[in-house]
Design a protein around this ligand. Structure first.
Ligand code: NOJ
Length: 763
């Protein structure tokens, strides 16, 4: 306790000039190695290095790679993905190093997104910890397990900004804010890659999906994206750039188009911006058959798209095999210079060299090491800690939580004993059978004085077609064949005998994640029916939610005494949730994506622009920007989350109110724990630039710090503010600040801020 820690991030990377080596720099040992190897390779071998087939069952597109082993033998694969375990990767690596002419080792990629075998909360949940140190640790542990399991490349972090919770992949990222998203992106890269990629417990990170994938129209996955350059630079691109600046070794292109050109064939995006302006020197891989899918986008036949993708600077072709089929012919026809293949191949070989694969293609992977380093008690303990830190307490009327450890509780709801859903989507190598359900967690935590009554109350999914679709992708959804009414009746009878009702509701894990968009983001109707019947009993109802996206919870908020958002909290979910329910842990998570009141409000996000007719709160005023039926504000705002204790944040105390040029100032915020429990508060710093040459957001997050306080304790957190935090992209996409007034706002969330203002002049 008593520990205050700050997040540090070089915000405002802007259009950083390349840190790349120039021609004048002496050639490094690595460059010399790669040059000499390239010199010995045939064109076919070079093209082979650009092919990335998938093996195994984790297929995420309609096309599946065939004859992968034969391709490896023929030198037609630079890596494979979806192959793991020391035995399998060793077998495939043997083919590459022992049976091909030059013995070039393979990359082994995999979707390690929130843990490898020990599964942590989904990334949206992890981001609610607002703790980059924790996020970095989670990536480090994932890397240790992945590397011990034969992998050397993870398709993470996913850093797409998402303002639309209909989009199922909001689950995979850090929410709606570019500053927070950048902080988390950099932390994950550091966690995966460590200080030295050549160490055998590190993995190459892959920043995805470049770019703007989170802005799919209507929240429908893979849908088109269209936005101004200003919006891109200001709100959507910063996390990718932060990940690149943190040293990410690879980048994956996205399925969507950018400026009407599919990302996988977009030279401006991949070469001019990523490599040119941002100085990225690593390798770029397409998403799963995204080059082939350009045909459906309408940019021509596959051959033309291969040409576009290679010219754009996309080095590896994931699953699609267009490079294998057409690159050689394009060169023969003079439609593509061989130097493009040469450069792409050099980047693949460089990554392999960085990973130490030429020195040890197996990176010390053995069955013994895998047994020792994967799914250890320490990793499980970390999973529990991360889960506790990811949950967000949305409501707690009359201090309903924490629960007493004596008396009678009714544990109701279809998710209370589920384990499959807890590890969420993209938990590819995770074993859901190892996950701890909420019921198990509660039974582990409960003492002899607590009686737990249990009823299912509803099926998780009622609609047969949806259940079937989810089961086709491993949903493991069974159905209780009793009628809806009978299930509810039983639950009401059980709840009637209890003092408090804990009801665990939400989504099946497959209702969020890839290809899992929803147009209605409320609880499923039959689950709502159950909840209404329980609420009608008049007993305190604690709603424990599991879901991969913000939900619409207006009725639930009005009628449940307490609501705990737990996302899909991973292997140790049940123990973590029980600790929070009984108060041996205190919730401290804060939302990183706004919860809309209704789908019609989407997109609703905190850093919006003002209108010329802002609503002032008087419904009789007609011609203002508002809905007739609901408020403009979300139900739960960005940055929001309660604790079992209460905190008070004083207004920021500024060290100066008039500044010049590169001056800096401090904003000091006194935070007190005014409640009865020790707890952690995240103090957030936002800046408003009320007058500028371009309209600005009403607020922009520019810092946050966490402080742990005992009851009655007061501490000060100090933010240093420099002109860097005032910068924005102006009309010429130049990243700079403009003199004038700035409002410094601080507080516990984006809707409860206290402010002070400063004038900042040019020198
Ligand atoms: C498609 C997804 O968009 C991407 O995130 C993932 O890494 C690849 N499939 C590989 O599984």
């Amino acid at each position: 306790m008593n520990k205050a820690f700050a997040t540090t991030i070089a915000w405002g990377l802007g259009l950083a000039v390349s840190a790349a080596a120039t021609d004048a720099e002496p050639e490094s040992g690595r460059q010399a190695f790669v040059r000499s190897l390239l010199g010995r390779m045939t064109l076919e071998e070079k093209i082979g290095q650009l092919n990335l087939p998938s093996v195994g069952l984790d297929v995420t597109g309609p096309v599946v790679s065939a004859d992968v082993e034969a391709k490896i033998r023929r030198g037609e694969a630079g890596g494979v993905f979806n192959a793991y375990t020391p035995a399998v990767t060793r077998k495939l690596q043997d083919l590459a190093v022992k049976e091909t002419r030059l013995g070039i080792p393979l990359l082994f990629g995999y979707d390690v997104i929130h843990g490898h075998k020990t599964i942590f909360p989904i990334p949206l949940g992890l981001s609610c910890s607002w703790d980059p140190t924790l996020i970095q640790r989670s990536a480090r542990l994932a890397a240790v397990e992945a590397a011990a399991d034969g992998l050397n490349w993870v398709f993470s972090p996913m850093v797409d900004i998402a303002r639309d919770p209909r989009w199922g992949r909001i689950a995979e990222g850090s929410g709606e804010d570019p500053f927070l998203g950048s902080t988390m992106a950099a932390a994950m890269v550091r966690g995966y890659q460590g200080d030295d990629l050549a160490r055998s417990n590190t993995v190459l990170a892959c920043v995805k999906h470049f770019a703007l994938y989170g802005a799919a129209e209507g929240g429908r996955d893979y849908n088109t994206v269209d936005m101004s350059r200003l919006k891109m630079f200001e709100y959507y691109l910063p996390p990718y750039q932060a990940a690149v600046a943190a040293g990410a070794g690879s980048v994956m292109t996205s399925f969507n188009e950018v400026d009407a050109i599919p990302a996988s064939g977009n030279r401006w995006l991949v070469t001019d911006l990523l490599r040119g302006q941002w100085g990225f020197r690593g390798l770029v891989v397409s998403d799963y058959t995204s080059i082939n899918e350009m045909v459906a986008h309408g940019t021509g036949e596959l051959k033309q798209n291969v040409q576009l993708a290679l010219k754009a600077g996309v080095d590896m072709d994931m699953v699609g095999e267009g490079y294998l089929r057409y690159a050689k012919a394009l060169i023969a026809e003079g439609a593509l210079p061989e130097s493009v293949i040469e450069a792409a191949c050099a980047r693949v070989l460089t990554a392999k060299h960085q990973l130490g694969l030429f020195a040890d293609p197996y990176r010390g992977c053995t069955e013994g090491r895998a047994r020792e380093e994967i799914f250890t008690p320490a990793h499980r303990a970390a999973a529990r800690e991360f889960a506790e830190r990811s949950c967000v307490l949305l409501k707690n009327a009359n201090e309903t939580l924490p629960l007493k450890t004596t008396g009678v509780i009714a544990l109701v709801g279809p998710l209370a004993d589920r384990r499959r859903d807890l590890i969420g989507s993209w938990s590819a190598a995770g074993d859901w059978k190892q996950a701890v359900s909420v019921e198990e967690g509660i039974r582990n935590a409960a003492g002899p004085g607590l009686t737990i009554l249990r009823a299912r109350g509803a099926n998780l999914i009622e609609e047969g077609a949806l259940r079937e679709a989810l089961n086709a992708s491993g949903g493991e959804l069974e159905i209780d064949s009793r009628s809806r009414e009978a299930l509810v009746e039983e639950a009401v009878a059980v709840a009637g005998r209890a003092e408090v009702v804990v009801v665990v509701l939400g989504e099946a894990f497959g209702m969020s994640g890839e290809a899992a968009s929803r147009s209605d983001i409320g609880l499923p109707e039959h689950q709502q029916e159950l909840l209404r019947a329980l609420v009608a009993l008049g007993k305190p109802v604690v709603l424990v939610l599991m879901n991969g996206r913000p939900l619409t919870l207006t009725w639930e908020d009005a009628h449940c005494q307490a609501i705990l958002e737990t996302w899909f909290a991973g292997t140790e979910a049940g123990n973590a949730i029980a600790a929070l329910l009984f108060g041996s842990a205190n919730p401290s998570g804060k939302l990183t994506a706004s919860f809309p009141r209704a789908v019609g409000q989407i997109p609703v996000y905190y850093n919006h622009k003002n209108t010329g007719r802002p609503y002032r709160g008087d419904p009789r005023e007609k011609y203002l920007s508002r809905y007739l039926d609901i408020p403009n504000e979300p139900l739960y705002p960005f940055g929001y989350g309660l604790s079992y204790t209460t905190f008070e944040c004083d207004p920021p105390r500024l060290s100066k109110t008039v500044l010049r040029g590169n001056d800096s100032l401090t904003a000091t915020v006194k935070v007190s724990n005014t409640g009865r429990h020790p707890g952690r508060e995240t103090v957030q710093l936002y800046i408003t630039d009320p007058v500028a040459s371009l309209t600005r957001s009403v607020l922009d997050l520019r810092g946050f710090q966490q402080v742990e306080l005992r009851p009655g304790e007061t501490r000060e957190v100090v933010f240093t503010i420099t002109p860097e935090q005032l910068k924005f992209f102006n009309r010429s996409l130049h990243y700079d600040w403009e003199p004038g007034e700035f409002i410094i706002r601080t507080g516990p969330d984006s809707a409860h801020l206290k402010s002070a203002s400063v004038r900042w002049e040019r020198p």
